[in-house]
Design a protein around this ligand. Structure first.
Ligand code: V47
Length: 386
């Protein structure tokens, strides 16, 4: 029987040689308690791909409605149609939020919400159009694959048609939500009613074919086990081999408060850092790994920049999904604070736009500069598309 040390040593040799890790390698990493060895390997890959840079962006979240036909066990955000908490944002509220974002110099609006029983597909298309008409330079990263499938159902059309209509209205990319855990043993338990794994992947495949980039997430630290997480990453890696359209992977730490799984503890700091590092090691064809500070907490996100992550997301304003679930992070942070955190972690802060172009700012205006290219490594995927 190989020892833990010899298994890690064999993995280290593969990582150094830029070779792809197998499912078994992933499990061996999960089973190891040598957090530093795993972190060191992930950091090697992180620096090979993204040097010493730590990326962030300036963005605002809009959650247009919390009303949702589905009842996912982990969700503290959703509300029933007749709930006192239920809301739907109208045109004025949406455009006002976009105006505030614009005034604060946001380059991106991240828009996701519940799947409302009664709103027509046109509402979701119009919402993109209202914003784009008022603020054409803001990138709209909107609607998870779960929402896209739902729109296809209510509009009685297919996924491609939904995406084409949203792109026509000004959609710029897809966020990575709704992925949760792909393995059926977990998915059917925590969110069996919503878009299947196959559908989630098909939405992203179709989006990539239409020229949209997208992100991918994984919700960990609830009833998931090591094999489910590694399986999740490998499914994403396979789709990325096929399309090259994913930009960033975001491991999302489960927040139990006010959810139907509130008896579970929060994932530990060790699990957060290990999951980040293993993501960087397994997802060799993803250019970026994001430590989403809102979810992880600012301190863990900062340390994660040396455990595989190269991005800490934005100066998020008006985030509801995790704050309803007990996130005790602030609603927003300033650019100066984000830059300070990144610098203190030994990285060089770089403001990026949604599609990973460097952002230049001058006299209150911003523009996108050159694309951040990620160096591909031999035999282990193709890295970023330009
Ligand atoms: O799909 C919901 C998760 C996701 C909880 O693409 C929860 O750049 C933890 O996907 N505890 C939506 N997680 C958010 C998301 C995201 C976030 C940041 C950046 C990007 C990106 C995407 O939030 C959902 C679900 O997995 N979530 N409830 C909870 N209680």
């Amino acid at each position: 029987m190989p020892t833990e040390a010899s298994r890690l040593e064999a993995i280290r040799e593969k990582v150094e040689a830029g070779q792809r890790l197998s499912f078994e390698d992933g499990l061996a990493l999960e089973e190891s308690n040598d957090l530093f060895a795993i972190g060191t390997m992930a950091n090697m890959v992180r620096e090979r791909y993204n040097g010493n840079f730590g990326y962030y962006n300036v963005n605002t979240h809009i959650n247009p409605t919390n009303v949702c036909v589905y009842k996912c066990d982990f969700c503290a955000f959703r509300a029933d149609l007749d709930s006192e908490r239920a809301y739907v944002m109208d045109r004025n509220q949406i455009v006002e939020r976009a105006k505030q974002a614009h005034e604060r110099g946001a380059t991106e609006l991240h828009i996701v919400g519940g799947l409302h029983h009664k709103l027509p597909f046109d509402y979701y298309v119009d919402l993109v159009r209202w914003i784009k008409e008022a603020y054409p330079e803001i990138h709209i990263k909107a609607y998870t694959a779960v929402e896209i499938e739902f729109f296809a159902k209510i509009a009685r059309t297919d996924i491609k048609d939904v995406l084409v209509r949203l792109i026509d209205a000004g959609l710029g990319s897809l966020p990575g939500g709704g992925a949760e855990i792909f393995h059926p043993e977990v998915r059917k338990e925590i969110c069996g009613a919503k878009a299947s794994t196959e559908t989630w992947l098909e939405v992203h495949r179709t989006a990539h074919q239409l020229g949209l980039n997208s992100n991918a997430t994984m919700l960990y630290g609830h009833i998931d086990k090591a094999k489910h997480r590694i399986d999740h990453m490998i499914r994403l890696r396979e789709l990325q081999d096929e399309t090259g359209g994913f930009q960033t992977f975001i491991p999302l730490a489960f927040h139990p408060d006010n959810s139907r799984m509130d008896e579970l503890p929060k994932p530990s700091g060790v699990m957060d850092l290990k999951t980040m590092a293993i993501s960087r090691l397994m997802l060799d064809n993803f250019p970026h790994i994001k430590a989403y500070w809102v979810m992880l907490g600012i301190k863990t996100a900062q340390v994660a920049l040396s455990f595989g992550a190269d991005d800490i997301d934005g100066t998020v304003v008006h985030e509801k999904i995790y704050h309803e679930a007990g996130a005790d992070t602030p609603q927003e942070t300033t650019v100066a604070e984000i830059e300070r955190l990144i610098r203190e972690a030994g990285r060089i802060p770089v403001e990026r736009d949604t599609l990973y172009h460097r952002v230049q700012r001058e006299g209150g205006r911003w523009s996108s500069g050159s694309h951040i290219d990620v160096v591909a490594i031999a035999g282990a995927g193709t890295g970023a598309r330009d």
